[in-house]
Ligand binder design. Structure first.
Ligand code: ADP
Ligand code: MG
Length: 246
């Protein structure tokens, strides 16, 4: 619990969460509490378990041990669609035969929302991500950055409490990554959603995060505000991940 917040229920609370694939423990028992509306960035070398942690929170993997709660509700055994969250991946995975508008509206359509409501939500989300002029196009007619914005729009169209993003910018060029970084900061302010964001990019982590979680070899090494980790890395692995002089 943190003072100054009206809500003392953590948005995402994981306790003893662990994952084995056969004999390999890819996530050691992990505790992490993410505040409502917080922007948490997970960093660490390739293969250290970042995606596994996100997929466990999303319900796309079954934990070997531990619990996941979202908004104070235990969702450990809930289906991904019943967790009140959405996930954005590195690859956009848009439907090639659908227009941008149809791609964005797809989760609402599947959820059986009325046609007029789908149209209104799609228009609002598209406007907030500067996608309005592209609504009639198909994915192949879009740039990489535009496609990634469509996949973000599709993730937020159901107004999730929690947005999980797994290296969403790693397929984009450097200039576009900088622009999208600002886009994420704006989106976070606008949605007020809790965001858990995996990246390789130290600058993304330092500028976007309220708190950074540094992982190494299947465990959480250190959690803290960017400046604190930079100034006082607990281990060499943290210094490396943050790019601090150590
Ligand atoms: P990161 O996202 O940090 O690069 P991952 O969470 O994808 O790391 O992977 C962590 C470890 O778990 C890696 O060693 C990877 O090979 C292993 N792993 C991930 N998914 C599976 C799976 N479905 N089966 C077996 N091993 C897996
Ligand atoms: Mg990964």
């Amino acid at each position: 619990m943190t003072l100054g917040r009206g809500n003392d229920v953590a948005s995402v609370e994981i306790t003893g969460l662990a994952k084995r694939f056969g004999p390999d423990e890819v996530l050691a028992p992990t505790d992490l509490s993410v505040e409502d509306g917080e922007f948490v960035v997970i960093v660490g070398p390739s293969g250290c378990g970042k995606s596994t942690l996100l997929r466990l929170i999303a319900g796309l993997e079954v934990p070997s041990a531990g619990r996941v709660a979202i908004g104070g509700r235990d969702v450990t055994n809930a289906a991904p669609a019943d967790r009140g969250l959405a996930m954005v991946f590195q690859s956009y995975a848009l439907y090639p035969h659908l227009t941008v508008a149809e791609n964005i509206g797809f989760p609402l359509k599947v959820a059986g929302r009325p046609r007029a409501e789908v149209a209104a939500r799609v228009a609002a989300v598209a406007a907030s991500l500067d996608l309005t002029p592209l609504l009639g196009r198909r994915p192949r007619a879009l740039s990489g950055g535009q496609r990634q914005r469509v996949s973000i729009a599709r993730a937020v169209v159901r107004e999730p409490q929690v947005l999980l993003l797994d290296e969403p910018l790693s397929n984009l060029d450097a200039e576009l990554r900088v622009r999208m970084r600002h886009e994420f900061a704006r989106l976070h302010g606008q949605l007020g959603a809790t965001m858990i964001y995996v990246t390789h990019d130290q600058l993304e982590a330092m500028t976007l995060a309220n708190r950074i979680v540094v992982m190494s070899a299947g465990r959480v090494e250190q959690v803290g505000a960017p400046i604190d980790l930079y100034d006082r890395p607990a281990t060499l692995a943290v210094a490396r991940a943050i790019g601090s002089p150590g």
